[in-house]
Design a protein around this ligand. Structure first.
Ligand code: NCD
Ligand code: ZN
Length: 346
């Protein structure tokens, strides 16, 4: 059995680092194991201009521990008043790597998002012309639609029509949670890809709801039934370059999670790589982990893989879940995959 596994230094193509004391608390965890991360722009207020992205990037770099090899790649938060000129200039100047579409109200801090995709069509056309990828939170927000159906309905009613109107637009369907999403991306040609999170490879909706409600497993899109989880694992471990890691590590203080209306988001940055190694080992696909964490995403985004490496070690004994993090403002719980993880980062 493999005892050591050396990977190309990975990329996280979907990461929330927040701001202020939370940024300081969580950035070292990502910087320890990842060479680059695509930073989500859903701050309060959101990152909506090239100037905002440039100053946020500086704040992130100030939180990276000395000596760590970690580059934040920035995104802009698309609104119905985004100016195509500012956005294209920010991409041309290397300030941003992608643009994020949040349907208004779909998730944490998405109130300034897009209500009607037709309102942003001119911006999307400019992005297609300039080759700027659009990262999509793929859920409808219609209260009539059951929360477990929102991804599938989004694909049919929003994403597929948009891509038929604008086939040249490069799209990443973020944090796919359904077999429907997997099928759509796998069969969707070269201009669409998907990120898969760490936690959705482990949890199904029973983890959240059966035998007691567990707020630390609540995230958006919400985990679906077991057959969907299995489809996600099959896609991640298939070697198909359309699928790559975006952890969606989304820290919220315990006080915000464990409340009458708890926040959506799971903090997976500290233990993502050991968790993934366990999943890939069980699928007999450890040779495909390097592609999933370090190559497929780089290829889609048109950048070279990172130069460094990271080595994982398999221990006979299950490894403990990393300790919860203490931030200046309170505790932050680390994802517990609820199954034995034998891997650790060397
Ligand atoms: C994310 C957050 O907290 O910012 N939450 C989550 O449940 N994934 C937002 C998001 O990516 O939907
Ligand atoms: Zn996210």
């Amino acid at each position: 059995m493999t005892r050591r596994l050396t990977l190309t230094r990975p990329d996280d193509w979907h990461l929330h680092l927040r701001d202020g004391s939370m940024l300081d608390a969580v950035t070292p965890d990502s910087a320890a194991d990842f060479g680059r991360a695509l930073i989500m722009p859903n701050l309060v207020p959101p990152v909506v201009t090239g100037a905002h992205a440039a100053s946020y990037r500086e704040r992130i770099l100030a939180a990276v521990p000395a000596g760590a090899d970690f580059t934040p790649l920035m995104t802009l938060y698309l609104t119905e008043t985004t100016e195509a000129g500012d956005l294209v200039a920010a991409a041309r100047d290397g300030i941003i790597t992608a643009v994020k579409l949040y349907p208004a109200g779909a998730t944490t801090n998405s109130a300034s998002g897009v209500r009607d995709v037709s309102a942003v069509m001119p911006v999307l056309e400019a992005m297609a012309d300039a080759g700027i990828p659009l990262c999509v939170h793929g859920e409808v927000t219609d209260p009539e639609i059951d929360i477990f159906d929102r991804e599938a309905v989004f694909i049919e009613h929003v994403l597929d029509p948009l891509r038929k109107d604008l086939p040249e637009l490069r799209v990443v369907m973020e944090h796919v949670t359904t077999a429907d999403g997997i099928d759509y991306v796998r069969d969707g040609g070269a201009n669409i890809a998907a990120t898969l999170t760490t936690h959705h490879l482990f949890i199904n909706r029973n983890h959240i709801l059966a035998g007691g409600i567990r707020p630390h497993y609540y995230c958006l899109p919400v985990a679906k039934r077991e057959s969907h989880r299995r489809a996600l694992v099959a896609a991640a471990t298939s070697g198909d370059p359309s699928f790559f890691l975006g952890t969606d590590s989304a820290p919220h203080l315990d006080a915000a999670k464990l409340s009458e209306c708890g926040c959506a988001g799971i903090y997976t940055a500290p233990n993502t790589l050991p968790c993934l190694a366990q999943i890939f080992e069980e699928a007999d696909a450890l040779d495909r982990l390097d592609g999933f964490v370090a190559r497929h995403g780089a290829t889609f985004y048109g950048v070279a893989p990172n130069n460094g490496t990271v080595t994982l070690v398999r221990e006979d004994a299950p490894q403990p879940v990393p300790q919860n993090r203490a931030t200046e403002e309170g505790m932050l719980t680390v994802f517990d995959p609820m199954v034995p993880i034998h891997w650790r980062v060397a």
